[in-house]
Design a binder for this molecule. Structure first.
Ligand code: MN
Length: 201
């Protein structure tokens, strides 16, 4: 059975002015959709057709001969996670709600501002295409980066992510990755999604 395109949980202009409708239109409607079409073509009439997206990722990652399948499957997973890591501008969360997650942020980063600064630093340090992630690793929050399609899924628990491929920001910010990150970090982060991921065992 072919995988279906994840439905964006908001309108394409919902992240403006930080991420434009035009960027989302290409990023979701072309890039994400292309990964999906590629994967469906690659697994057609193979045993992988019956597997979940998660199992395909875990079962292909180690094998160079399966790299195209891994890349497309992981990019579908990463993008589905990214869309949910962002919240429409009108629903902006100025702070993390009180609770277990916020206590962990204060314990492991000292402040919400420090967490954002660390996420920005790591996202800027990713050379070329990739992702920056807030993860839970052995009971502790941390920030990691991954290259290209690589994902922390299956190794540590992802809580939030930011896409730092140029296609995520070039139309709006050209080469200014830091400005894109400021827009996302200060306005669009969906802390409730992190809390939901933390609670999902
Ligand atoms: Mn992307």
């Amino acid at each position: 059975m072919a995988f279906e395109l994840y439905k964006l949980p908001y309108l394409e202009d919902a992240l403006e002015p930080y991420i434009s409708k035009e960027t989302i239109s290409f990023h979701y409607g072309k890039h994400h959709a292309t990964y999906l079409n590629n994967l469906n073509n690659l697994i057609k009439d193979t045993p992988l057709e019956k597997e979940s997206l998660e199992d395909i990722i875990l079962n292909t990652e180690k094998y160079p001969s399966e790299q195209a399948i891994f890349n497309n499957a992981a990019q579908i997973w990463n993008h589905t996670f990214y869309w949910q890591s962002l919240l429409p501008t009108k629903q902006k969360m100025n702070d993390i709600p009180d609770g277990n997650f916020k206590e962990m942020v204060l314990r492991d980063f000292g402040s919400v501002e420090n967490l954002k600064a660390e996420l920005k630093k790591v996202a800027l340090s990713q050379f070329g295409s990739g992702w920056a992630w807030l993860v839970l690793d052995n009971g502790k929050l941390g920030i990691v980066k991954t290259s290209n399609a690589s994902t922390p899924f299956g190794k540590v628990k992802p809580l939030l992510c930011i896409d730092v491929w140029e296609h995520a920001y070039y139309l709006d910010y050209q080469n200014r990755r830091a400005d894109y990150l400021d827009g996302v970090l200060n306005n669009l982060l969906n802390w409730n999604f992190a809390i939901q991921n933390l609670d999902n065992v």
